[in-house]
Design a protein around this ligand. Structure first.
Ligand SMILES: *[C@@H]1O[C@H](CO)[C@@H](O)[C@H](O)[C@H]1NC(C)=O
Ligand SMILES: *[C@@H]1O[C@H](CO)[C@@H](O)[C@H](O)[C@H]1NC(C)=O
Ligand SMILES: *[C@@H]1O[C@H](CO)[C@@H](O)[C@H](O)[C@H]1NC(C)=O
Ligand SMILES: *[C@@H]1O[C@H](CO)[C@@H](O)[C@H](O)[C@H]1NC(C)=O
Length: 654
């Protein structure tokens, strides 16, 4: 029964005012709150009469519910309203939340700062951080560890060990890109009383290695144990990979037909299995049972599993994992002779090509370069197009017609039928297409779009629309009727929500180089291309086959292709905008350059927020990656051990 409220005995009807007035009320409250938070607005940040009217009219403003239930709802009931930061001029201002560890990255445009918080689905970060320059990012997704065990053969050539390290690096990247924390264990992780016991058994080395692997895994507390030739070879939301990412493994399991390529299970299950296996009677007298042990070791699942009284659970539906064990390689990929260093290198190339192919097959509609306001923003797309061209190129491979072991019916890349590659003026919500966008700072965009170098408040008020970039980006998908708050939230989702993030990449226009792409995609982009239209080899005695590099993407229908000289002007303007932004970040608050940039930011609050968010998101992603590499640098498979310059040359020069 509804509660009947009364005042002085009179029943009180808590009837809500009409919807329009609720909205007006919300709008006015927000406005007052922002004056409170940021001081009196400059003329540029005062909303016009039309905007207030527009916001009140806009029937979609409170209708944020379609971006699921995560968004803080705009209050539609009066009792909720006091939760808004009501202006209260008599008490001291709120405290800025304490800075979190590792929440900044340096760049030539000043520090990139963020706050990791569950409240990230808020249109404007500064409402939470109380800091203009700090973006609120979603909590980092938990990366479940995946372990592999590697012990180089002490007798082997250093070159072989290096080549194996490069293969492990391929393994680490692929799993990292799929949201795991790939960790390489060695005998040092296995040591303990039972390890010594096993050593005393004088087992054959491969059998001893398999048991050591389990021991190291158990010490880590269970989870996933993979061979470093077992890789995720499927789209991000493949059911097996998603299951593994959930990090709940109630049954000790292996995967059908992958032999001992991958196991998963909780610590206690692993422990029980090892205890049972080691106490098996066969191991009491190894010399006498030599043949029996060798036979058990050959069977599916490997020696530990076959020493148990009953097999562990077998996952039969897992199709997302590829295991390149020696049988598979010798049968299916004969070109690759892994008894030689060159063969190991080729195997790394082969695996890389299959990962790349999987990416291409996951996005059959190809690559879209998102270019909102396309008339004068060509200079913003160079990096995106460069990446897109390499992504659409056929992967360099020793066996270009081959398929990954888990998908023998794949469609090999055909340079005569390249992946679709186009420029689009607005973002499309397509999961079969991979989108690459470049987010400009509003100053950069205003300068390019209006073809002006000098931008001041006067110009903005008279001529410039607000938030043109975000509006154009989402025009088609969201229609014309949504508010900027809605658009910002939508954009943040696309950038950061896990499943969506695997279908798009957002660069920032002010950054001139890109790093870490191989960790984002999980494979190396081709770095060499055929000089003509035919496949060829990078050198005479190389067995690698490289393909021609696709040309520029298809232009947008109906948008005139610009003349070269106009594009040169754009490049100049982009360069100048970068300089001004860089200067402004270093300048004092009262410096005219700083004020100028601030005015543009205030005029384009949503565009600024989108830029800040995308930039912080990628800086944090880079930091996370770098931290992990730093922790792992002394272990096998690190970039250092594999002879790769850290982070592709450490090119973070935002
Ligand atoms: C911050 O970075 C250091 C090393 O760079 C790392 O050890 C630490 O775990 C990180 N802290 C957080 C909260 O990520
Ligand atoms: C692989 O290389 C080794 C050493 O050069 C050679 O003995 C072997 O025959 C080769 N295997 C194949 C399948 O070519
Ligand atoms: C985007 O596509 C997904 C699945 O195709 C759909 O559920 C969602 O509603 C779409 N979003 C928009 C804004 O169109
Ligand atoms: C793309 O390929 C070219 C050579 O074809 C290479 O020079 C360039 O570095 C590659 N770019 C990326 C982003 O991998």
């Amino acid at each position: 029964m509804p509660v009947q409220r009364t005042v002085f005995g009179q029943p009180l009807a808590l009837r809500l005012p009409p919807r329009r007035f609720q909205l007006l009320f919300v709008f006015v409250l927000l406005f007052i709150a922002s004056i409170y938070a940021f001081g009196a607005p400059s003329p540029a940040s005062i909303p016009t009469y039309e905007q207030v009217k527009g916001a009140v009219k806009d029937p979609h403003l409170p209708d944020l519910s379609d971006i699921k239930d995560h968004i803080p709802k705009i209050p539609t009931e009066l009792p909720n309203l006091p939760k808004l930061p009501l202006p209260d001029v008599f008490s001291p201002p709120a405290h800025t939340p304490p800075e979190q560890a590792n929440s900044t990255a340096s760049s030539s445009y000043g520090a990139i700062k963020w706050l990791t918080d569950f409240k990230w689905r808020n249109p404007f970060s500064n409402k939470i951080t109380l800091d203009e320059n700090r973006a609120v990012l979603p909590p980092l997704a938990n990366r479940p560890p995946i372990y592999t065990y590697y012990e180089p053969n002490p007798k082997q050539d250093k070159k072989v060990t290096e080549a194996e390290n490069r293969l492990i690096l391929v393994w680490r990247r692929a799993w990292w890109a799929q949201g795991f924390q790939p960790t390489v264990l060695s005998h040092k992780d296995a040591m303990g009383p039972r390890f010594e016991l096993v050593q005393r058994m004088k087992l054959e080395s491969s059998v001893e290695l398999e048991i050591s692997r389990w021991l190291a895994w158990e010490k880590m507390g269970g989870g996933i144990l993979a061979n470093w030739l077992a890789l995720p070879m499927a789209q991000y939301d493949n059911s097996m990979i998603s299951f593994l990412r959930r990090a709940e493994y109630p049954k000790l399991s292996r995967v059908e037909s992958l032999q001992n390529g991958i196991f998963f299970g909780e610590a206690t299950l692993v422990k029980d299995a090892i205890n049972e296996a080691i106490n098996n009677k066969i191991l009491q007298d190894v010399p006498a049972n030599k043949e029996k042990i060798a036979k058990l070791a050959q069977q599916d699942g490997g020696i530990v599993v076959n020493l148990l009284s009953a097999d562990i659970a077998i996952d039969k539906k897992a199709n997302g994992l590829a295991y390149y064990n020696m049988d598979v390689v010798n049968n299916k990929y004969k070109t690759v002779n892994t008894t030689q260093v060159e063969g190991l290198e080729l195997l790394a190339d082969l695996i890389n090509s299959h990962l790349h192919l999987t990416f291409q097959e996951t996005h059959p509609e190809g690559i879209a370069i998102v270019k909102p306001l396309p008339e004068h923003t060509t200079a913003l797309t160079y990096n995106a197009i460069e990446i897109g061209r390499n992504l659409t190129q056929c992967p360099s491979s020793p066996m270009p017609k081959s398929c990954p072991p888990n998908r023998q019916k794949c469609k090999p890349c055909d340079p005569n039928k390249p992946l679709p590659f186009k420029v689009v003026p607005t973002f499309m919500n397509a999961t079969k297409q991979y989108s690459i966008g470049t987010v400009p700072h509003p100053y950069t965009l205003t300068s390019l779009h209006y073809m002006r170098e000098d931008i001041d408040a006067n110009f903005l008020r008279k001529e410039a629309g607000r938030n043109p970039w975000l509006t154009a980006l989402t025009k088609e998908l969201l229609g014309p009727d949504h508010s900027e708050l809605y658009r910002v939230l939508f954009f943040k989702e696309e950038v950061a929500a896990l499943r969506k993030a695997s279908h798009s990449l957002w660069l920032t226009a002010e950054r001139t180089t890109q790093a870490d792409l191989e960790w984002i995609f999980g494979f190396n982009l081709p770095q060499a291309a055929s000089s003509n239209k035919e496949p060829s080899s990078p050198s005479k005695d190389s067995e690698l086959i490289i393909f021609p590099r696709p040309g520029e993407p298809k232009a947008i229908d109906g948008v005139q292709v610009q003349e070269e000289r106009w594009i040169r002007n754009e490049e100049d303007r982009l360069k100048k905008a970068r300089e001004i932004l860089s200067k402004s970040r270093k300048a004092k608050e009262e410096d005219p350059v700083h004020i100028k940039v601030k005015e543009v930011e205030d005029w384009n609050l949503a565009d600024t927020e989108a830029w800040r968010f995308a930039r912080a998101f990628s800086a944090r992603r880079r930091n996370e990656r770098k931290d992990w590499e730093e922790k792992e640098k002394d272990y096998s498979g690190s970039e250092r051990k594999a002879g790769v310059k850290p982070g592709g040359g450490g090119r973070w020069s935002d």
